[in-house]
Design a protein around this ligand. Structure first.
Ligand SMILES: CC(C)(COP(=O)(O)OP(=O)(O)OC[C@H]1O[C@@H](n2cnc3c(N)ncnc32)[C@H](O)[C@@H]1OP(=O)(O)O)[C@@H](O)C(=O)NCCC(=O)NCCS
Length: 218
């Protein structure tokens, strides 16, 4: 049985099967009251296991799925220990990360987790113990549409070495099914014009609405 199959076994979460890594020097310097990065997932991993992949509308060749993303790869919720597995390095290929201390990371992770509205998924290369791709679904609660929920896709990025292997498509297809499972009435995202063809390929269309913005700092 391959690493990815083991990681999805019924008896344990993929996180329990994740390789154990030595804490970095930065983690060792954290004050005592800061919770240590752990294998606690941001959301219940069972949610991903329960997705009905037969409802997926995007073609994959060769076939991959959330439970079987490729040799040595695991798709799972972000856990706080991923700060030591290059999660921020992957994100930095999308935008400016700035300085993020382990304390800040943990505080933000805990906030997102306890809100119940953040679904950050990652693909880990279990041979390297590194995160190679990530995408986020944020649930926005509304009074309109009979108090509906809207899904917002954020921070979609695949490590440079791993692009073109369908991982972007896989993350997006997983979050699409997850947003339907969470009863979102729609999902939206903002992207650069150069990425429009990628999103069009997987079923998104350009909205008439314009994306407006006031930036306060980077
Ligand atoms: C955009 C990105 C997430 C795509 O991930 P990926 O894993 O390389 O994409 P996939 O391998 O799943 O590609 C899926 C399909 O989209 C196409 N595609 C991928 N990136 C594309 C792009 N930028 N423009 C047009 N088509 C693209 C692929 O050719 C493939 O087509 P096919 O199914 O006909 O073979 C990745 O290039 C990336 O991380 N870019 C940098 C960060 C970024 O810009 N993120 C988007 C923020 S909005």
């Amino acid at each position: 049985m391959g690493a990815r199959m083991r990681s999805w076994s019924a008896e344990g979460s993929p996180l329990e099967a994740a390789p154990v890594h030595q804490p970095t020097a930065a983690a060792a310097m954290m004050p005592a009251e800061t919770p240590k990065p752990s294998s606690t997932p941001m959301f219940e991993p069972q949610l991903l296991r329960d997705l009905d992949w037969s409802q997926n509308t995007v073609a994959f060749s060769p076939a991959i799925s959330p439970m079987d993303p490729g040799d040595g790869l695991v798709l799972r919720p972000l856990c706080s220990a991923d700060i030591n597995r290059g999660f921020l390095k992957v994100l930095s290929q999308l935008t400016e990360i700035g300085g993020v201390s382990p304390e800040q990371f943990m505080k933000t992770f805990e906030h997102m987790k306890s809100s119940g509205d953040y679904y950050i998924i990652v693909v880990e290369d279990t041979n390297l113990g590194e995160i190679v791709a990530t995408a986020t679904l944020v649930i926005e609660h509304k009074f309109t549409h009979s108090c509906a929920k809207r899904g917002r896709i954020e921070d979609v990025v695949v490590n440079g070495d791993c692009r073109g292997k369908q991982l972007g498509k896989l993350l997006m297809s997983t979050l699409r099914l997850l947003s339907k499972r969470l009863n979102c009435y729609k999902i939206t995202l903002e992207c650069l014009p150069k990425n429009v063809p990628f999103y069009e390929k997987i079923g998104y269309s350009i909205s008439e609405e314009k994306y407006m913005c006031q930036r306060f700092f980077n």
